[in-house]
Design a protein around this ligand. Structure first.
Ligand SMILES: Nc1ncnc2c1ncn2[C@@H]1O[C@H](COP(=O)(O)OP(=O)(O)OP(=O)(O)O)[C@@H](O)[C@H]1O
Ligand SMILES: [Mg+2]
Length: 197
């Protein structure tokens, strides 16, 4: 068994608004192992996205803690909505993480272009998100997440906007990339079949 990369200890999340409290996560405890592919399945509204946003540090938990194996663990988060920037080209959308972390080198840029070609987006490199279909936008979002070469990938319903055939092809690709590049993955979905696949 690989070593633990991440421990989720007694995580609880309560949202507050004018109508009162809403307990989105009760008490989650999980050990996640290095290079593990973990999928979390549950119906809409059960707190899946809330958990990922806590893991990625975009939001805080009400109580409990997340313990990483070391300080250098890098997280890539593919949000449930593709959240591409409409004013940036497809390539520039994929490079944004590298730009922000000041890691953009010609080699990394080429690797992103290679991935775009591999996922059938080669012709769209200089186009804008508005000219892409929903499934294509999801692929761009996935490539953007992979571009920074994270150790842990958080995927929030990554294939939900895809038709069945594209979904099978893409989940195959994703699985290959994850296996080749040795990533730890936490994927959430409401689709039991997808998680088994
Ligand atoms: N920012 C927020 N403020 C208040 N309540 C929220 C907020 N975000 C989520 N919730 C509530 O917390 C619960 C869990 O939401 P969450 O988005 O984590 O569910 P989910 O499992 O990802 O659902 P889905 O499968 O539909 O994406 C829901 O009842 C939702 O209404
Ligand atoms: Mg969600």
């Amino acid at each position: 068994m690989n070593k633990t990369i991440l421990k989720i200890e007694h995580i609880k999340k309560v949202y507050h608004d004018l109508s009162g409290e809403m307990e989105a996560i009760k008490d989650i405890n999980l050990d996640i192992y290095d290079k593990e592919f973990l999928s979390i399945v549950g119906p809409s509204g059960c707190g899946k996205s809330s958990l990922l946003s806590i893991l990625s540090n975009l939001s805080t938990s009400t109580s409990g803690k997340i313990v990483f194996d070391n300080y250098n663990v890098k997280i890539g988060y593919m949000l449930q909505s593709d959240s591409l920037f409409p004013w940036r080209t497809i390539l520039d959308n994929c490079l944004i993480g590298l730009e922000i972390s000041k890691e953009l080198t010609p080699e990394k840029r080429n690797r992103v272009i290679e991935m775009l070609n591999m996922y059938g987006l080669g012709e769209f490199i200089d186009k804008y998100p508005s000219s892409l279909s929903g499934g294509m936008k999801q692929r761009v979002a996935l490539i953007r997440t992979l571009a920074t070469d994270p150790d842990i990938l958080l995927l929030d319903e990554p294939f939900s906007a895809l038709d069945y055939q594209t979904r099978l092809a893409l989940s195959d690709d994703v699985y290959k990339i994850i296996r080749n590049e040795g990533k730890t993955v936490i994927m959430v979905t409401h689709d039991l079949a997808e998680s088994i696949y």
